[in-house]
Design a protein around this ligand. Structure first.
Ligand SMILES: [Zn+2]
Length: 416
């Protein structure tokens, strides 16, 4: 399963916001999830059956709306010979637009990860949960617990903990029983402990090396043994390098894996936040420079810098709710671009054409999410694009102080 890019995540998040805002006046919004393995003619047959069932709906308007939604999906299905790689989702129906009016909407989404179950649902809301589940981080971490008695190896996938191996040692306790000299006993104990650590290190390294997308390793256990184990490099060096942090746990068995997971959740959220923090700090440091600053901000400046291909990293606030629209004059075809806030879009009156002075207004012909539009520009010049989350101090300052749009330049440039 491939990981979603920031951009894909953002796009899906925005789609989900739109879908969740749709409300049907009755149960007349259809959600249809088609997994990649499903035959299209099976889906068509299923819809045919739903169509005839829906003719029994008591309310005339609801029946009409449901039937037209099913017809719409059926005709769209004809464009598919087979489902796309990850399957396809249809959200079709009449959403309420106030004052007793409805408007037909149709969304066709090819999800970034495979759909696993075929699902048809007719409700007053669209059913978006399976898509939302795809947004949850599916990162993989190795979990390793050790003391002198036990060792447990596990994997954390998203938020699912799996135990892969549990071992117990033959290392005797710290204190000898009578008969042997204390020194000899201690020496034997240390040899046994060393062998135990070597064995655990080898097995853990082997298991973790098989996990291709391992983000990091979290080590736990009670007392100082885990630190000793880490400091003495008992793990393969490539695996050793992936250790993120150590945690105190009360147990070294399956319970310990749960303990480590709950203490680590915070660390992992912090990891994401801290990489955004780092970027914003770099930007803020550049902003304060009076000479040779590498910072640009505001839509106008950033757009200029993108056109010149001098942006190294583009920073976009996740909270931007803006669109880039293309206005076209229907008489002379003159066009111009404008950026509009989502909230102003409905009230927006396009200006009159400035080229032919035709008294008719220009029309909005294209509309693109500003984040998508700027990301496309950035990708053309191979700039990195970072979408900075809202909610952190740095994220909020990007939005409020820098118009939500900023960049770090490859080299200083005069943009005036
Ligand atoms: Zn014109």
């Amino acid at each position: 399963m491939s990981e979603m890019t920031q951009r894909e995540k953002y796009d899906l998040k925005r789609k989900l916001e739109e879908l969740k805002a749709c409300k049907g006046r009755h149960t007349e919004l259809i959600s249809l999830y088609v997994p990649p393995s499903k035959q299209i003619f099976d889906v068509t047959a299923y819809l045919k059956n739903e169509y005839s069932q829906s003719q029994n709906i008591k309310s005339k308007t609801t029946m009409k709306n449901v039937l037209s939604a099913i017809e719409s999906i059926t005709s769209r299905l004809k464009n598919f010979k087979k489902p796309p790689e990850n399957g396809v989702v249809f959200f079709v129906g009449h959403k309420s637009v106030g004052a007793d009016k409805t408007e037909m909407v149709a969304y066709i989404i090819e999800p970034p990860m495979p759909i696993t179950t075929f699902l048809y649902r007719c409700d007053s809301l669209f059913y978006t949960e399976p898509l939302e589940a795809m947004m949850v981080e599916k990162e993989i971490y190795g979990l390793f617990l050790i003391d002198r008695r036990e060792c447990t190896i596990g994997i954390l996938r998203g938020n699912r903990v799996e135990m892969l191996k549990y071992m117990t040692s033959q290392v005797p306790g710290k204190h000898g029983r009578g008969g042997q000299s204390q020194r000899r006993f201690e020496r034997l104990t240390e040899i046994a402990a060393h062998e135990w650590f070597v064995k655990c290190g080898e097995i853990a390294s082997e298991i973790f090396q098989q996990e291709e997308n391992l983000k990091g390793i979290l080590v736990g256990g009670p007392g100082p043994t885990k630190h000793y184990f880490v400091d003495e490099n008992y793990l393969h060096y490539e695996i050793q390098d992936k250790i993120i942090d150590t945690f105190d746990t009360g147990y070294t068995d399956e319970f310990g894996l749960r303990e480590i997971f709950s203490s680590a959740s915070e660390t992992m959220t912090n990891l994401k936040v801290s990489s955004e923090k780092k970027l914003m700090k770099r930007f803020l440091k550049e902003v304060t420079k009076t000479d040779n600053s590498l910072a640009v901000y505001g839509e106008l400046q950033v757009r200029k810098a993108l056109d010149m291909g001098v942006i190294d990293t583009l920073l976009l606030s996740e909270s931007l709710r803006r669109f880039r629209v293309k206005l076209v004059c229907s008489t002379c075809n003159y066009s111009q671009m404008r950026t509009l806030n989502e909230d102003d879009l409905e009230e927006f009156t396009p200006p009159k054409c400035s080229k032919c002075m035709n008294p008719t207004e220009m029309e909005i012909k294209e509309k693109l999410d500003l984040i998508d539009e700027l990301s496309d520009l950035a990708e053309k010049t191979s700039a990195n694009v970072e979408i900075i989350s809202a909610g952190s101090e740095e994220g909020d300052s990007l939005y409020s102080a820098f118009d939500g749009i900023a960049g770090i330049l490859r080299y200083p440039v005069d943009l005036q």
